[in-house]
Design a binder for this molecule. Sequence first.
Ligand code: DX5
Ligand code: ZN
Length: 229
Amino acid sequence: MGQIGPSLMCANMGELRDAIVRLDQSNVDFFHFDIMDGNFAPNFTMGPDMIRSLRSHSDKPFDAHLMVEEPERYIDIFADAGADMISVHAESTIHLQRTLTNIKNKGLQAGVALNPSSSLNHLDYVWDMMDYVVLMTVNPGFAGQKFIPLTLDKISRLKDMVHEQGLDIQIQVDGNISYETIPKVLERGADMLVCGTSCLFKKDESLEESTEKLHTFLNEFNSNRVTNS
Ligand code: DX5
Ligand code: ZN
């Protein structure tokens, strides 16, 4: 367990195609695109044209994380650009259920993202419309931030809720996913790891070295879990 999804906002933007090709060959599981509008999140990062121009370089799922106000206005654009999965923040749209319906009607996987301070109650009436939940473990906006410890309990509680209802919903964690935090989030039930500067995009390591280390770490973690259970 623990799918690896490189956070491409952390790649060298001048060499994005090279990064996608090398990460694809290094067997990552999906690609995470952080989309910000300078409004919902205090930064500007990637956009639909980047997804469109990179699409032909990998068959792995492209996951668009919309950190924008009124995301319902942009579902078609991101779907048409080549996203396979789109998550929207519960805090960013008045009509969350409608927005998720629109994503699913496009044939894509739909996700709800929650800021660290947002309650799991946002999910109460959209359980049937979600394929994944993105639990932010830092506040949206920037790479290299500190992990917010209270989000660990949120992962456990969400995992219990998903189990109790017998749903097939993946838990994605985003923000400071590192060798220190990976065991903690996996033990609590995270399925998908958004991997940024904390574990994958390192100045002193090649992308191949970083992904190899990450695969080895996850394999060891998983085999220890099997042995101890
Ligand atoms: C926040 C971003 C970051 C990003 C960077 O909006 O989504 O969490 O993935 O990862 P880290 O925190 O490892 O630099
Ligand atoms: Zn993200």
